[in-house]
Design a protein around this ligand. Structure first.
Ligand code: SF4
Length: 379
């Protein structure tokens, strides 16, 4: 088995009750079969509490006020304190570590929805590297009977070229995002038109292209704003229609709508220009935003892009990455306005982990978004 992980992966340490949030609230924690079996045999009063606080039919911990029933007032886990780390279920033991499974390959990542992981990812100044290792484990072949290995290796090659473009710091971030979006659209075209044999040449073209003169077609000029303003409102409606995990998210979305869009296009344009001009930071931090945007794009592409081997939706995976980075920035503009036009690192990490928690950690939300983005691509 081949493993891939970002270079910062092993540095993660949970800050437990000093965490600005907790992963034991707001969503249901699914318990694996082995842990369910162990919990059913714990003796004494704590065993009784355990058995009474599990929804055995669903295989999840019961919740009180949307918090796991074992999360105590100090934000410590009672199972951990009573029975030790080894008694945690698979979900609690592994979070925020995430695994994407492919034939012969497991890709490990830290999810952005954990505040500490978000800080690590956004605070990383160097270009992210992916470390490869091998073990003797073998796949269960039946799980991958229909796995399209050729498509997967083309996706991996495409992702390497995308990483190379996204990490080209000689270009401004918008140009890099624009170029990788084009690459994904061209790849999708080859898949749709059944001419995958052209993909190698396509990747060669993107990887050897002289990008020093790449125009930034995402510049905010007045004409763009006509379209951009209506687009953002449509996208906001989509986000607002998704399942909620935390009530605070509703407030963040509502503030964004009222601060950014309620005064019309002209006001939106001026706000964006002012934010772009200062980036909400002083000049020292402007470069930081570009690096953070790069790390976010790298995160979303690493986590999702190769998953299109299962559904052929290559372009939509890239659209999701761009949508996410765009919307994190949109929410940051609103936060910048709320904070008298200042923005600190903790504001950025908070918006990022909240976005990831709401959008990425609900299968239902992810499905709705993918479908919506795929339809928009068709249009
Ligand atoms: S969200 Fe992250 S840092 Fe916070 S308690 Fe969970 S794993 Fe620890």
């Amino acid at each position: 088995m081949r493993y891939l992980k970002p270079h910062y992966y092993d540095d993660f340490k949970c800050t437990a009750n000093s965490c600005p949030d907790t992963c034991c609230a707001g969503w249901q924690i699914v318990i694996d079969d082995k842990s369910l079996e162990n919990y059913s045999q714990v003796p004494g009063a704590f065993g009784t509490r355990l058995r009474n606080s599990i929804d055995w039919q669903e295989g999840v911990f019961c919740q009180y006020d949307r918090r796991c029933s074992f999360l105590n007032e100090e934000n410590f886990c009672d199972i951990y304190q009573e029975l030790g780390e080894g008694a945690l279920c698979e979900t609690c033991r592994s979070y925020p570590r995430h695994v994407e499974e492919y034939e012969g390959l497991r890709e490990l990542s830290l999810t952005l929805s954990c505040p500490v992981a978000a800080e690590m990812i956004l605070g990383c100044k160097e270009k992210v590297r992916f470390l490869e290792s091998f073990t003797d484990e073998e796949d269960d072949f039946e799980d991958y009977e229909d796995f399209d290995f050729l498509m997967f290796s083309q996706l991996e090659d495409a992702r390497d070229v995308i990483f190379q473009i996204l990490q080209d710091r000689n270009l401004d971030l918008r140009s890099r995002i624009h170029t990788v979006s084009d690459l994904a659209a061209d790849f999708q075209h080859c898949v749709d038109e059944d001419c995958r044999y052209e993909i190698d040449a396509l990747l060669e073209k993107y990887s050897s292209a002289d990008r020093s003169h790449t125009a930034c077609s995402l510049n905010f000029d007045p004409e763009d704003y006509e379209d951009l303003y209506s687009r953002r409102i449509e996208e906001w409606e989509l986000l607002n229609s998704l399942e909620r995990l935390r009530p605070e998210w509703s407030e963040i979305l509502a503030n964004c709508r009222s601060l950014l869009y309620s005064q019309g296009k002209e006001s939106y344009k001026n706000l964006c220009r002012e934010f772009q001009g200062s980036c909400g930071f002083d000049s020292k931090h402007r470069d930081s935003w570009s690096i953070m945007g790069e790390q976010l794009m790298m995160f979303f592409v690493y986590t999702y892009f190769c998953g299109s081997v299962y559904d052929d939706m290559v372009r939509t995976k890239m659209e999701f990455a761009v949508f996410s980075v765009t919307w994190i920035q949109e929410l940051l503009i609103a936060r910048w306005l709320e904070n008298d036009k200042t923005l600190g690192f903790s504001d950025i990490t908070e918006i990022v982990w909240r976005y990831a928690r709401e959008v990425e950690h609900s299968d239902q939300n992810l499905d709705i978004m993918e479908e919506w983005l795929a339809k928009r691509d068709l249009c």
